[in-house]
Write a protein that binds this ligand. Structure first.
Ligand code: DLL
Length: 432
């Protein structure tokens, strides 16, 4: 049930002590080995020996994605390259990619933390695990692969794409656990249906999904269609990759691996901590990483801490599902909107398919938003009256959730783009 019970169920006072000790050694490591941090601390007159508590931590500067880019490729590594045995990089859709490295010990830690996540999501050495995340510079494929091997599961390194083949392998190899993005899981479910395969004839039991935001409605949809227990797991390459946090079978928030990561939640505007349990930006300090430690890294991901103890027995604190990134937030007609809010509304409405796209244009000085929603064939070919009733219903629900009115267009099944990795559901034409 647990992978590392001693750490996952550690008494919280003991955990805090361990965090402080590990913080001290991380600060020493970066001060000694990374000129970027030394310079910053010196400029701010910070004596790292004076950082003795979590309150003191707040005197340290934040690290941002820009800092990582400015030091491309190896500037923030804290060990010489000969000690680095693996290099990954983030996709860099919004600029230069960021490069991260791992020592032998880092890979060991990473594998263990992913093994924790997999174990929490139900996977054991008896499982056949199909990894449909991309293998390559992206941390998803290799990260999950090493964790699953660490458990002793039988790992199928499928990588993403070639969906009909994924399904065939799933059928022939009797896959019991599927690992990919939630949007790819939906595409796989569609493909199973299109191939005329009865999902009950498959051996699937568990699905561990992550790397992009998804709603509770999407979880229900995936669970029903694939007949699995679906859990959420979170991570980011700058901090490690997958294995930062993951849900247990309670499916009520993601346990953060706090013995390896120190967590803060801040208000992204004031940079002050938010009151306990409020939504804010997750900030992470690594506590054990050797090659690429980060201090107070601003993830841009929005979440909140769930302070109540979890029924599963783990003492590692939980965070809520990540709502989205601060830079994904759309400001439409002055209101702040996250694509995930739109998804939650759509998934609750009968007759819509779980595929949607949000298109934003600027008409004059005004933002104009159209949500394209796929609908079942019966509705699409239904009389106009029924269609317009559905449009009205979606509009009403969206406007009460978002506080603004948006246009809604129903489109025929299978007309919107499908995704084998992270979905891109927002098309913002305002920047063009
Ligand atoms: O997506 C690492 C990963 C791989 C996590 C496989 C889980 C499974 P990056 O490509 O660097 O790394 O993207 C990191 O993706 O800052 C979040 O914005 C988003 N993200 C990752 N997991 C989740 C999740 C990997 N479970 C960025 N829910 C992060 C919501 C997620 N967003």
């Amino acid at each position: 049930m647990y992978w590392e019970e001693n750490n996952e169920c550690m008494d919280r006072d003991e955990l805090k002590q361990l965090q402080l000790e590990r913080l001290e050694s991380t600060l020493n490591r970066v001060y000694l080995n990374v000129p970027f941090y030394r310079k910053k601390f010196d400029e701010m007159n910070i004596d790292i020996d004076s950082i003795r508590s979590f309150d003191d931590l707040r005197r340290l500067p934040f690290t941002t994605k820009d800092d990582l880019r400015d030091n491309y490729p190896y500037g923030l590594f804290a060990v010489p390259l000969r000690e680095v045995i693996r290099i990954h990089a983030s996709s860099g859709t919004t600029g230069m990619s960021t490069v991260v490295g791992y020592t032998k010990n880092d890979i060991k830690t990473w594998s263990n933390l992913v093994a924790r996540t997999l174990t929490a999501g139900g996977v054991t050495k008896d499982d056949v695990v199909q990894i449909a995340f991309g293998y390559g510079l992206f941390t998803g494929g290799f990260g999950l692969h090493y964790g699953a091997e660490r458990i002793g599961a039988s790992v199928i390194p499928m990588s993403s794409g070639n969906t009909a083949r994924q399904v065939k392998i799933m059928q022939d190899f009797k896959t019991t656990a599927l690992i990919c993005t939630p949007s790819y899981a939906l595409l796989i479910a569609d493909t199973i249906k299109d191939m005329g395969i009865n999902v009950n004839s498959l051996s699937l039991k568990y699905g561990l999904f992550g790397a992009e935001p998804w709603s509770e409605g999407m979880r229900q949809e995936i669970q029903e269609r694939l007949k699995i227990i679906a859990t959420d797991n979170y991570g980011l390459s700058e901090v490690m990759g997958p294995g930062v946090a993951g849900e247990c079978l309670e499916r009520d928030g993601l346990h953060l691996n706090e013995d390896h990561f120190l967590i803060e939640v801040i208000n992204p505007d004031t940079l002050e901590p938010v009151p306990a349990g409020d939504v804010g930006e997750l900030v992470i300090t690594t506590l054990t990483k050797e090659a690429f430690p980060v201090i107070r890294f601003r993830t841009r991901d929005l979440t909140r801490i769930l302070p109540e103890p979890c029924k599963c027995g783990r003492n590692l604190i939980r965070m809520s599902r990540v709502m989205g990134r601060t830079d994904d937030m759309l400001i439409i007609k002055g209101a702040n909107v996250f694509p995930s809010q739109i998804e939650s509304v759509l998934f609750d409405i009968e007759g819509t398919e779980p595929h949607y796209q949000i298109i934003i244009d600027r008409k004059g000085a005004l933002d104009d938003v159209t949500v394209h929603v796929e609908v079942s064939e019966t509705i699409f070919f239904d009389e106009m009256k029924k269609q317009s009733e559905l449009i009205d219903l979606i509009k009403r629900r969206l406007s009460s959730e978002l506080g603004i009115s948006v246009n809604v267009r129903l489109v025929e099944k299978k007309t919107l783009e499908r995704f084998e990795g992270k979905a891109r559901r927002v098309i913002d034409n305002r920047k063009l």
